[in-house]
Design a protein around this ligand. Structure first.
Ligand code: NAP
Length: 254
């Protein structure tokens, strides 16, 4: 990665938390925000080594980052994450709610634990992080929040009743919170990736998904991070709030 010259950095002196940044899309987002000069909190659940490696990569390029472990489905751990960020850097300007899991299976086979695990992280985790961080942003009277949803939350997907319900929930949550926080200069948007090549989709690749993607290929994490970087960092995104934007190679055209 390359950190932009100071004069070109949109997030110079600002602080960003990216949940689930040790791998996949979150990792690419952390790198993109560090490029913009943000001090980045690389949150992870269990991949401590990968998170520290990313922090070292950012530091080697002249950026700043720290790795903080927290299961963001757990309220106390979210509060500790926000507290540790404030102790370290004293402000929070960007929150990217990216951490997510799948527990795919058809409805009749879906265990209650599969339902709850996905809702607890993919929806309740977004609520916990947004509520905790927005307290800080409200005092600052500025902030940018980007929630990662999914095309599954827009159109449904067999085997993903839990996941699509959580991701659809994130969309409603995004719109409501965008309305509540707008008067304090905080924008809240959602990004809906289609099929992105990460660990999450690794085992699905054989299933003939390409025929549903007009651009004829899987997306890369960096291609999702590009839009998130714009929404989180660019002055040109200041008037965009409450929106859901797809990065899906044309899978869903509303
Ligand atoms: P991934 O490669 O599986 O990475 C998931 C990340 O979330 C990892 O950094 C993981 O940390 C972290 N995580 C898992 N459980 C966590 C927890 N309880 N607390 C905090 N962090 C946790 O996934 P991805 O494909 O990059 O997906 C990122 C986001 O994009 C998710 O919200 C996903 O639903 C969404 N999305 C992905 C696709 C796709 O095609 N890949 C499509 C639509 C939406 P550890 O490494 O420590 O486990």
């Amino acid at each position: 990665m390359e950190v932009l010259p100071e004069a070109l950095q949109h997030l110079r002196g600002q602080v960003a938390i990216v949940t689930g940044a040790s791998r996949g899309i979150g990792r690419a987002v952390a790198l993109a925000l560090a490029t913009e000069g943000a001090k980045v909190v690389v949150n992870y659940a269990s991949s401590g080594e990968a998170a520290e490696k990313l922090v070292a990569e950012i530091a080697a390029a002249g950026g700043e980052a720290i790795a903080l472990q927290a299961d963001v489905s757990q309220l106390e751990q979210v509060e500790a994450l926000v507290e540790a960020t404030m102790q370290q850097w004293g402000r929070i300007d960007v929150l990217v709610n990216n951490a997510g899991i799948t527990r795919d299976t058809l409805l009749l086979r879906m265990k209650t634990e599969d339902w709850q695990a996905v809702i607890n992280l993919n929806l309740t985790g977004v609520f916990f992080c947004t509520r905790a961080v927005s307290k800080v942003m409200l005092k600052q009277r500025s902030g940018r929040i980007v929630n990662i949803t999914s095309v599954a939350g827009l159109m449904g997907n067999p085997g993903q009743a839990n996941y699509s319900a959580a991701k659809a929930g994130v969309i409603g949550f995004t719109k409501t919170v965008a309305k509540e926080l707008a008067s304090r200069g905080i924008t809240v948007n959602a990004v809906a990736p289609g099929f992105i090549a990460t660990d999450m989709t690794h085992d699905l690749k054989a299933e003939g998904i390409l025929q549903f993607i007009p651009l004829g290929r899987y997306g890369q994490p960096e291609e999702v991070a590009g839009l998130i970087r714009f929404l989180a960092a660019d002055p040109a995104a200041a008037y965009i709030t409450g929106q859901v934007m797809n990065v899906d190679g044309g899978m869903v055209m509303a």
